[in-house]
Ligand binder design. Structure first.
Ligand code: ACO
Length: 310
């Protein structure tokens, strides 16, 4: 068997903090409303998608103890590339001094999890090491006058170095899906801003997260009782709690960072992963369920048995 091992990780957030009170001073909303409906207290805004990806990627390379020439491919999950052409992955490649393949992946908030599954395929095809990054500057596609959306979205990045291993590796099961019938629920036209049917997203998110998680657990041969940590997409605390409840996993096993990051789409799962690792919350041999959902509507889940020393 050829498998995937996560050997390095890193994250990056802009310095500029925008609190709920800051938003309430400009639009008709309040800290209480945002906190109660979403769990978000503040978010980080600024920079470029490439800058955040480079900072997170560099930290991941350092943690893995690998040099740029040892990376065979960079997969950059993003919905907010800095330019139409070329792929922002190429800018990141140049910034990190890598000489390897590079491409962008857009699966919205499921992007990092799609990227991990894609990396496994490339490792099985013979590559040794892949850098998987989720990076976003959603602030650039938000209408800052629209209280339905601007309270949610933000900027940042998270990254992981994954390496080939000649055993089962960390990634034991996965699921990926998309339902284009629901693309109306969240979209931005080219050059436009995000438009969202919040209730449709909410309702479907809970359903697709449950389905994706069950499929990944079935492939891995584990049950909800075996899961030590859930790393969910950081959209809304109520979606996370409802999904955990439906899965029969105590919600205190869910890792959340959305209170200080907001919703950073493809960056949200790796940002939560890195936060938990740096807090010493995830330990070797523990079972980690990652589950994302997003515009598309896409969803994706992975079950990982964590093998790195933390
Ligand atoms: N502040 C104050 N009031 C507001 C705000 C705001 N920021 N936004 C909306 N309201 C008002 C509405 O206008 C509405 O008023 P009305 O009753 O007079 O019409 C009232 O609050 C209730 O609005 P709802 O939309 O019913 O509020 P809901 O409880 O559904 O919460 C929310 C809205 C937070 C957007 C919720 O639907 C949600 O979280 N949905 C999922 C969104 C999401 O996760 N999107 C991204 C996922 S995919 C990705 O990450 C790319």
């Amino acid at each position: 068997m050829t498998g995937l091992r996560i050997t390095g990780w890193g994250s990056a957030l802009p310095d500029n903090i925008v609190t709920n009170a800051d938003l309430a001073s400009r639009i008709d909303t309040s800290d209480d409303w945002i906190t109660e409906r979403t769990g978000i207290k503040e978010r980080r805004i600024g920079g470029t998608t490439a800058e955040h990806a480079i900072n997170a990627g560099r930290a991941a390379l350092d943690k893995a103890g690998v040099t740029p020439d040892q990376i065979d491919l960079i997969i950059l999950a993003t919905t907010t590339p800095d330019r139409q052409v070329p792929a922002t992955a190429s800018t990141v490649q140049q910034g990190l001094g890598l000489s390897c393949g590079a491409f962008d992946l857009n699966a919205a908030c499921s992007g990092f999890v799609y990227g991990l599954v894609g990396a496994l395929g490339f490792l099985k095809s013979g590559l040794d090491r892949v850098l998987v990054v989720g990076s976003e500057t959603l602030s650039t596609i938000v209408d800052w006058e629209d209280r339905n959306t601007c309270i949610l979205f933000a900027d940042g990045a998270g990254a992981a170095v994954v390496e080939r291993t000649e055993d089962d590796g960390d990634l034991l099961g996965f699921s990926m899906s998309s339902d284009g019938n629901l693309e109306y629920a969240l979209f931005a036209e080219r050059g436009g801003t995000l438009e969202m049917d919040g209730r449709a997203v909410f309702k479907n998110a809970v359903l697709v997260m449950e389905k994706a998680a069950h499929e990944a657990m079935e492939m891995a041969g584990v049950t909800p009782d075996d899961i030590d940590h859930v790393i969910p997409h950081q959209a809304n605390i109520r979606i996370i709690e409802a999904s955990c409840k439906r899965l029969g996993i105590p919600s205190d096993k869910a890792i959340t960072v959305l209170d200080y990051t907001g919703n950073t789409s493809s960056a949200s799962v790796p940002l939560a992963m890195v936060d938990a690792l740096e807090a010493g919350r995830i330990h070797k041999d523990e079972m980690v369920l990652m589950v994302g959902f997003g515009a598309g509507m896409t969803s994706a889940a992975t079950v990982l048995r964590w093998s790195a020393d933390t």
